[in-house]
Write a protein that binds this ligand. Structure first.
Ligand SMILES: *Cc1c(COP(=O)(O)O)cnc(C)c1O
Length: 478
């Protein structure tokens, strides 16, 4: 019997790798096996298509292509131009954007590109103007001093970390927190929702240069029309980081006020989360910021990764197919089924539910920390990650939340019935886990007790849930 194209491709690739370093080939094979066996509820992960994966493993990796399409600092970039232009074209069509910059290597890098573009566009600094017109050699010591001071004084208003904002929106562990004078808006303690009046108030008081919307752990839609009005009212540039929910925008689940592209001055994203592409980033903007955005490399990015841009072009072409909208809608249907299943069994959810791809369980309702819950679930074959909840009493390390998301399992084909079964498994584990004690006999935030028989039973049920939905069904590594 002849093998299908995917199986032949991956088998051959592994054979070639095995001849050089068999342990790498083994690890790649083991990774597929592990992913096939795990009930993956990590909200930021997905499974890219074989075509997307294969587009990354080739000669494009060998090419330097600093610059932009048609204006490269290296010779011989005509084929890179082709794939970069294709990726940008698909991105513009898919999201209805005037300009797309597909070089960023990751979400963090896309945000750095956007921050620099906004600073360069907005900050009134004679020294910066000189630097921009490539008269860098003309800058005096005093110019440089002024430049650093003027850039360092700029303000950013973004969503607080514990409400679901991202590190790159001005928080200390990321350079954005050192570049900007940052303040954040949280959520209403009673509802868990963004209170737009409070955001407007914070903007009026703080007068940020940049207002950022976007999140990695907020289970609701954001009204980008209102956010833009707030930005306009204080003269801020409105940036949306749609890293988590780009797939829902692409699939037209988020439209109108909830589609960031028509409302934001600039939109950044990853390509590997709900969008289901290769690991990478992207920036979308109007014509006003396009030139600054295109300076991303070498301003803040290393040389572009042409092999990943090729994969972005493939994945974006897939996202433009009609069936992607169905996928996006199923992601949300599944998240809501999971949320309903958990609520019915007595779990506490931040905001009481979801209207996107993720659910945030407040596991303090089970008497656990996020760390304990995460480990107990992992012992039971369920892969999630701990996450802070608003005003988290356990801080960012132990946390009180478990974040779960449906993009990956939806790609596998699981539906609402399986989500209800998944809710039952999660509830069972959390309900049967109790906090452990530390060496001094006091309560521990890390240790926990879970009957191994329960973990084993749930693990078996989780595996059974996956059996009818094989991952990469066309790929047989033999
Ligand atoms: C995941 C994420 C990022 C970072 O993406 P990387 O590719 O890991 O750098 C940035 N912003 C938000 C909102 C994210 O969720």
């Amino acid at each position: 019997m002849s093998l299908n194209a995917e199986s032949t491709a991956f088998r051959s690739a592994l054979e070639v790798i095995r001849a050089v370093e068999p342990r790498v080939a083994d690890a790649i094979g083991a990774e597929l096996a592990d992913q096939r066996e795990s009930l993956k509820l990590i909200a930021s992960e997905n499974y890219a298509s074989p075509a997307t994966l294969l587009a990354m493993g080739n000669w494009f990796s060998d090419k330097y292509a600093e610059g932009t399409i048609g204006r490269r600092f290296y010779a011989g970039c005509q084929n890179v131009d082709t794939v970069e232009a294709l990726a940008a074209e698909h991105a513009k069509e898919l999201f209805g954007a005037a300009h797309a910059y597909v070089q960023p290597h990751s979400g963090i890098d896309a945000n750095l590109v956007a921050f620099w573009a906004i600073l360069a566009d907005r900050v009134e600094s004679p020294a910066l103007r000189k630097a921009q017109v490539r008269q860098v050699n003309d800058l005096t010591e005093a110019d440089w001093f002024a430049l650093r001071r003027e850039l360092g004084d700029q303000r950013m208003l973004g969503m607080s970390l514990d409400a679901g904002g991202h590190l790159t929106h001005g928080f200390r562990p990321n350079i954005s927190g050192k570049m900007f004078d940052q303040r954040s808006y949280g959520t209403d303690p009673a509802t868990g929702l963004i209170d737009y009046d409070r955001v407007a108030e914070a903007a009026r008081e703080f007068r940020p240069l940049i207002l950022v919307a976007g999140y990695s752990a907020y289970p609701r839609k954001v009204n980008f029309r209102i956010m833009r009005e707030i930005a306009d009212s204080v003269g801020a540039t409105f940036m949306v980081d749609m890293a988590h929910f780009a797939g829902l925008v692409a699939g037209k689940v988020f439209t109108g006020d909830f589609d960031p592209v028509p409302h934001a001055h600039i939109v950044t994203t990853t390509t590997h989360k709900s969008l289901r592409g290769p690991r990478g980033g992207m920036v979308l903007c109007g014509p006003e910021l396009a030139d600054q955005v295109d300076r991303g490399c070498p301003m803040v990015l290393g040389g572009p990764l042409p092999h990943v841009m090729a994969a972005k072009a493939v994945a974006l072409a897939e996202a433009r197919r009609p069936d992607f909208a169905g996928y996006a809608q199923r992601i949300v249907d599944n998240a809501q089924a999971l949320a309903d299943g958990l609520l019915r069994r007595g779990a506490t959810l931040v905001t009481g539910g979801t209207d996107n791809h993720l659910v945030l369980i407040d596991v303090s309702g089970y008497g656990l920390t996020g760390r304990q819950a995460e480990q107990a679930l992992l012992d039971s074959g369920i892969v999630t990650n701990r996450n802070a909840v608003p005003q988290d009493p356990n801080g960012a390390w132990y946390t009180s939340g478990i974040r779960i998301g449906t993009p990956a399992l939806t790609t596998r084909g699981l539906g609402t019935a399986e989500m209800d079964a998944t809710a039952e498994l999660i509830h069972t584990v959390l309900d049967r886990t109790t906090p452990g004690t530390g060496p001094d006999g006091a309560g521990s935030k890390a240790k926990y007790v879970l009957d191994p028989a329960v973990a084993e039973q749930v693990g078996k049920q989780a595996a059974d849930l996956l059996t009818p939905f094989p991952l990469y069904p066309a790929v047989d590594l033999g």
